[in-house]
Design a protein around this ligand. Structure first.
Ligand SMILES: *[C@@H]1O[C@H](CO)[C@@H](O)[C@H](O)[C@H]1NC(C)=O
Length: 471
């Protein structure tokens, strides 16, 4: 039986890493001829303890695929001041060395070494194609965001290179762009904020340029969900294999206290507010959210996080006592209907039948989780490409309501109480067309992964592509 191994280079942020591991699990479960090595990059502003605990927990769990899934942690090596381009450049020799070691160690054992089938690179790691080329094997991208965003990246890179288009100037205009992956004209106000800073724009465009060299792009989406965007993408070949989610251990890490509180709430009655691992708000904004919750009167579960110190590249943390930022008496007045928590076990909460709506930053994993569990979103994007995700969910697909889709961490605006309240009321209304559509999409997402489903087909197609290439 011919075997093949794939080398994964995910971005080390948890959202990207977990998604890559789940993709690897799908591949390994599907085809016993495959093995996967995941290379872990180390970056000082990413919580390495969380990453290491996660990897250890995977290695400790004895499953049928644990023999064919391995992790290698690469040495710490980064420029003093974080610079995306030079960070990736510095990792290339480490990646090469790790892969050489794997090949050498395996060729001395009795059984023949599995052929190197290719590299599966994170959407931020496309320059690693150079390493794959050194080994003379194909590269694939694992795109942990939407097909719509992939289309936007490719389009912006093209008009930037061919027509000197500058996304940063565009932001301050009323112009709209005909982006091939979107049905509607793309308005300047939802330009992903990753495209609006010089230091991010240039590596982002460089990644898009390099996507054109790969053998295929695996996208965490599914045909029934983003059909228009997927069909707009012609080259390189796209494999929509999603939703790839980490839902295997639902509830196992969820604090009892939260789950018990949810158990005591009526069906679909609770609005859940959670803004991602990097999402947090100023004290003034927190007070407006509190006001909206109190006025709307809906039951709520609110993951409230403390922002990192200004100017510091770090994740939010939990408040010791959230009363220091909440309006006076808020917790007492809402004790009967609401609960304020810190870090939230999002999947376990979305899976709970008491949850009826999700105020979300629209990180792509969160969008897919809300679809999977059939919980409608009120969109409040904050960073990265979330403004586009919010635009897509509200206007392209009609699957979400808006709180403020052109909000961004850098915009320094405060969304007012009544605007938030309007969004929450709209979200929590029952028996709406939108709610029905989300439920239908939820069923489609589950069918897509089953035998005979579209994502099942595309994953198989990807494996056939990998296995057909002789090393
Ligand atoms: C990052 O490094 C690259 C190459 O090493 C350089 O061209 C670029 O100007 C640097 N970017 C910033 C924002 O300093």
């Amino acid at each position: 039986m011919e075997k093949a191994q794939l080398v994964f280079v995910p971005w080390p942020g948890m959202g990207h890493l977990v998604s890559a591991v789940e993709l690897a699990k799908h591949l390994l479960t599907r085809d016993q001829r495959l093995s996967v090595t995941i290379l872990i990059l180390q970056l000082s502003f990413i919580n390495s303890k969380q990453v290491h605990n996660y990897i250890e927990s995977l290695q400790a769990s004895s499953s049928t695929i644990s023999n064919s899934l391995r992790f290698i942690i690469l040495p710490k090596d980064e420029p003093e001041l974080f610079n995306f381009t030079s960070f990736i450049e510095r990792q290339k020799p480490h990646v090469k060395e790790a892969v050489l070691k794997i090949i050498q160690s395996e060729s001395t054992s009795d059984s023949p070494a599995p052929r190197l089938g290719g590299f599966v690179l994170d959407l931020f790691c496309a320059p690693m194609i150079d390493v794959a080329n050194d080994f003379d094997v194909p590269s694939y991208i694992y795109f942990t965001s939407s097909a719509a965003f992939l289309g936007l990246m490719l389009y912006l890179q093209k008009i930037h290179d061919e027509e000197k288009f500058d996304p940063i100037e565009f932001k301050n205009s009323d112009a709209e762009l005909p982006v091939p992956s979107l049905v509607n004209p793309f308005p300047a106000r939802v330009m992903p904020c990753a495209m609006l800073r010089r230091e991010w724009l240039s590596p982002t465009l460089e990644n898009a340029r390099r996507y054109r060299e790969v053998k295929g792009i695996i996208v965490n989406t599914f045909l029934e969900f983003e059909s228009y965007a997927i069909q707009s993408l012609k080259m390189p070949p796209v494999y929509p294999v999603g939703p790839i989610l980490d839902i295997g251990s639902v509830g196992s890490n969820a604090p009892q206290e939260i789950m018990q509180w949810l158990d005591n709430q009526p069906l679909s009655s609770v609005v859940f507010l959670c803004f991602g691992s990097m999402g947090s708000f100023s004290e003034d904004q927190v007070k407006e959210i509190a006001c909206a919750l109190e006025h709307s009167g809906y039951r709520f579960l609110w993951a409230l996080r403390r922002p990192p110190p200004p100017g510091k590249l770090a994740s939010p943390s939990d408040y010791e006592d959230p009363q220091e930022v909440l309006p006076e008496g808020f917790l007492d007045r809402t004790a009967g209907i609401g609960k304020v928590i810190g870090w939230a076990p999002q999947v376990a909460i979305l899976a709970h039948q008491a949850v009826g709506g999700f105020v979300s930053h629209c990180g792509w994993n969160s969008v897919l989780e809300s679809i999977w569990f059939g919980v409608p979103i009120a969109a409040w994007p904050i960073y990265s490409e979330q403004q586009l995700n919010a635009f897509e969910m509200v206007f392209e697909l009609g699957l979400a309501v808006e709180i403020k889709i052109d909000y961004s961490k850098d915009s320094e605006i405060i969304v007012k109480c009544d605007e938030i309240e309007r969004g929450i009321r709209c979200l929590m209304e029952h028996d709406t067309e939108k709610r029905k559509k989300v439920k239908e999409m939820s069923e489609k997402s589950r069918k897509a992964l089953m035998e005979g489903g579209s994502s099942y087909f595309w994953l198989g197609h990807f494996i056939r592509n990998v296995m057909a290439i002789k090393g």
